[in-house]
Every structure is written in C-alpha cells, then in structure tokens.
Design a protein around this ligand. Structure first.
Ligand code: TPP
Ligand code: MG
Length: 482
C-alpha cells in the first residue's frame, strides 16, 4: 500500500517540477496502473479533479467551499462529469490513506497541479479559420479566433454525442420505436455547437423541425430527446411533441416548428420581447435554404429591421430542401445577401470556430443595431427526413466527398491532435464514453412510460374554452375550463 501511495505522490511531484508536461503521470504502463490502483487519468480535467480533491480534503473546511466552486466552474467548462466524479472519489480515498500515513508534503504540489491544470485547460489558443467569411453591407469579422483546449475538447465530445444520438435515432425509427416524422441533423452539428459557444442563457433560439441537437445544445439531455422521439413521459415535451417539437423554455429554446419558415416571425416576436423587457439577449431564428424562399421570412425581416430588433436570422444552407436542390428553388442562392437592407455574412458552417466567431460578431451587432443574416454553409448526411433516402437528387460520391473533406467532427479531431491537446488514445476514450452515454440514455428512454391519459387535456386549444380579456384596459377576465 505504502509503495502504491508513494508512486502516486512522486508522480504529482514530477508533474509539478515544471519541466514535464503531464508525462510523469500519464505514461505509466497499464499493468503498473492496475497494480497501483490509480487507473489512467486521461485528461487535464481528470488530473485537475484529482489534484483538487487531494487539496480540498486536506485543508480547512472553509476552503472546501472554494474548491467546490472551482470544481463546478471547471465542469461547466466541459470536462467529462463522470470522469471527474471518478477521479475525485478515487482521490478522496487515497488522501484519507495519505493523511493517515502523514504524507502532508504532497498537499502543496497537489494545489499547484490544480492551478496548473485549470490554467492549461482554459489558456487561450489562437487559430485561423481556413475558409474566409463573405460579407454583405458589413465588415467581415477577423479570421483569427480565440479558443482553448477545454473548448475544443468540448466541441469534440458534444458533436460526437450528437452524431451518435442521430445514428441511434435512425435505427429506432427503422425498428418502429419512433413513428411519424423524423429529421436528422448529422453533418450539421458544427452550426449548433459553434452557436452555443457564443451565446448565453439570455439568448433564445427557435428553429424548424430538424431540432434534436438544438435541444442538446440548449442544455437538454439525450434521454429527453430519445424519450420525446418515442412519445414517452420523460421527453422534453412530455412525449406529446415528437421529433419536430422539442422544446425547453427554461433553456431559451422555443422549438421545434413543422411549418416551413413559420419560426422566423416568431423569432422576431421573441426578439421584440427581449428588447421590450430590456433583456441583454438576442434571438437566433433558424431556417433552411428551402425556407429562405418563404414570404413570411421577408415580412419578419422587414419589421425587425424597421424596429431594430435583436434578431439573427440563421440560414442553415445544407443545399437541399425536400427532394430539391437549391439551384432549382432559389433565383439567388446567396442567402446571406437576401435580407437586402439587412447586413449578412456567409460562414463555413462545418467549422465550429467560424460559427462561433460569426455568432459572437452578429450578437454584438444585433444588440446595438438590429438584425443580421448569417448563412451557414453546411451539409446534411441523411435525407430530408427518414422517408427520403437522400440519394435521388444528389450523388453518393458527393456525400462521401463532404464526409472526407469537410466533416465537422474530423476537423476538430485534427485540431486536437495537431495542437497536442489530446492523443489518439484519449480521443478513443472520449468516443467510448460518448457512446456509452448515448446507449445508457436510450435504455432509460425505452423504460420511460407513455404520458398519463390526463395529459390529453393539457397544452391543447379548444374553441370556447380558455381565458378572454375584456374592457378598455383589458382587466376584466373570463376563464372557462373544460
Ligand atoms: C409551409 C410549408 N410548406 C411545405 C412544407 C413541406 N416541407 C417540409 S420541409 C420542406 C423543405 C424545407 O427545406 P429547407 O428549408 O432547406 O430545410 P432542410 O430540410 O434542408 O433542413 C418542405 C417543403 C411545410 N412543412 N410547410
Ligand atoms: Mg435545406
């Protein structure tokens, strides 16, 4: 036991000596790890969890509170929660033993491990995005983007979970667990994930029917998506909405809308509310290249520009509508210019960092001046919906070409490797964890019951029932319940 503990503490000392990265701790061979009972700590997040736990267990209780907060912050920055919990639990038991043995000398290095890990993970990294922006009636934002190891790791994990979730939804649909409509988002993940990196909880999103991943981006869970898809009680819309109607008002997510383009005037309405209530937030109203030809979009653009509403119109140009290519349905496929008097940017929608930069820029602009259009050049791998094989109006070579050249997950994978943020083995571990998270959520969702029959009478409109306001000041209210 003493030998095991000594090994661990020496590793921490080595790590803190300054001239090593995390090698001392990371390069033990597996047999030795098994033997010393530590297991492989595969990321800075885990290492930080470990260091933090050593630190917080041993120092005065009031400092524990500070450590908890730091831990919460770091988890919020994107470390794998399970990995942290594991690392902390392990560290706690080791520390208890260390304290018994009187190895207090390890505590100061542990504290340094903590701060080193925290600063390394969130240290700024600047990268240039490869595809420049194109602009309409506005300056282009800088192509140099600030990010961090933590953010890039988070992008990778989140997009990987989204991809696995959509692939699982495909099989669920084929095995008839999901009925009705189902529109998958795989290929477009960078739009959702990059957007979230520039937004906060004061901002709102409203989108069309391709909404599963948007729900995750807004803080929803994989379980809520699967349960909703199968019409179960634990779904984000209580199992009553299905694929097209994910919804999470608390997370600022207003759905999930099936009528093409209808979400855009609703988005203008949300932005009106933000302005009226003096909330420092913007609304992102998302629509497709097909929806870009809908009349109501132009009405929404007109009123929002007239009233300088803080709305960003996000056109996800995946180049196809329902069985139709953009060149067959749009006179001008330069969607970023189609707001006419509204400035616009064309963005590489397969690049999380480009999306983040554009949304950050558009948000600042919209809060000051009113609407902006962002055209996200993206691609969907699946057909329009599950009933569309997706290969009658485009070639298989085109689809595999995009997968090879532009895939958003592979792009981030390359960045993580080329910037020495993660090794191939660490990425494999993240993938395994993501797959497990999706599988576990799926089994839980399958166990979730159907909604109670009482739910048939909630959230529905019936003529003659409901609340009506009367009088000049609208203060007389009559309510009739079923
Ligand atoms: C008002 C209206 N017209 C037609 C439809 C049928 N419809 C559903 S999706 C779609 C195509 C939309 O394509 P796009 O906006 O490019 O979105 P994508 O599916 O590519 O994400 C159509 C015509 C509809 N739901 N609502
Ligand atoms: Mg489209």
């Amino acid at each position: 036991m003493a030998k095991r503990m000594q090994g661990i503490m020496e590793s921490i000392q080595t790590l803190c000596s300054g001239d090593h990265g995390n090698e001392g701790f990371m390069q033990d061979d597996e047999d030795e790890e098994e033997e010393n009972g530590v297991g492989r700590l595969t990321s800075w997040a885990e290492l930080l969890g470990f260091g933090l736990a050593v630190f917080s267990e041993a120092i005065a209780p009031q400092l524990q509170c500070f450590c908890d907060r730091t831990l919460g912050f770091a988890v919020g920055q994107g470390g794998s929660r399970e990995a942290w919990i594991k690392a902390v639990a392990m560290a706690m038991s080791l520390v208890r033993k260390a304290v018994k043995k009187g190895w207090v000398g390890a505590l100061a290095p542990a504290a340094r491990v903590m701060s080193q890990a925290l600063s390394t993970a969130s240290e700024p990294i600047t990268l240039d995005i490869p595809v420049p922006f194109k602009a309409h009636k506005v300056e282009t934002p800088s192509v140099t983007v600030e990010t961090s190891a933590q953010e890039l790791t988070n992008f990778f994990k989140t997009m990987f979970i989204m991809r696995r979730m959509e692939i699982a939804a495909d099989s669920l649909y084929k095995s008839k667990f999901i009925r009705g409509f189902c529109h998958l988002y795989d290929g477009q993940e960078a739009v959702c994930v990059g957007m979230e990196a520039a937004l906060n909880d004061k901002d709102c999103i409203i989108t069309a029917y391709r909404d599963h991943c948007t729900h995750l981006g807004r803080g929803g869970s994989v379980l809520e998506v699967f349960a909703e898809l199968m019409g179960r009680k634990d779904g984000c819309s209580l199992g009553k909405g299905g694929s097209m109607h994910m919804y999470n008002k608390k997370g600022g997510f207003y759905g999930g809308n099936g009528i093409v383009g209808a979400q855009t005037p609703l988005g203008a309405g949300l932005a009106f509310a933000q302005k009226y209530l003096k909330v420092e937030g913007v609304t992102l109203a998302m629509y497709g290249d097909g929806a870009a030809n809908q009349g109501q979009l132009f009405e929404a653009m007109n009123i929002s520009a007239l009233w300088n509403l803080p709305v960003i119109y996000v056109c996800e140009n995946n180049h196809y509508g329902m069985g139709t290519a953009e060149w067959r349905s749009a006179k001008s496929p330069e969607y970023y210019k189609r707001g006419d008097y509204i400035p616009g940017l064309k963005v590489d929608g397969m690049d999380c960092l480009a999306v983040k930069q554009a949304v950050k820029y558009a948000k600042e602009y919209a809060l000051q001046n009113g609407p902006m259009v962002l055209e996200m050049d993206t691609y969907r791998y699946h057909g329009h919906s599950m009933s569309d094989p997706g290969s009658t109006y485009r070639t298989r070579d085109e689809i595999s070409g995009v997968r090879q050249e532009r895939d958003p997950i592979e792009r981030i994978r390359k960045l993580l490797l080329s910037n020495n943020i993660a090794t191939v083995a660490e990425l494999k571990t993240m993938e395994k964890e993501a797959k497990k998270e999706v599988e576990d959520a799926l089994s839980k969702a399958k166990e979730s019951p159907s909604p109670d029959s009482d739910e048939l009478f909630t959230h529905v409109y019936r003529k003659g029932y409901g609340a009506k306001a009367y009088g000049a000041d609208r203060k007389e209210v009559v309510v009739k319940l079923p």
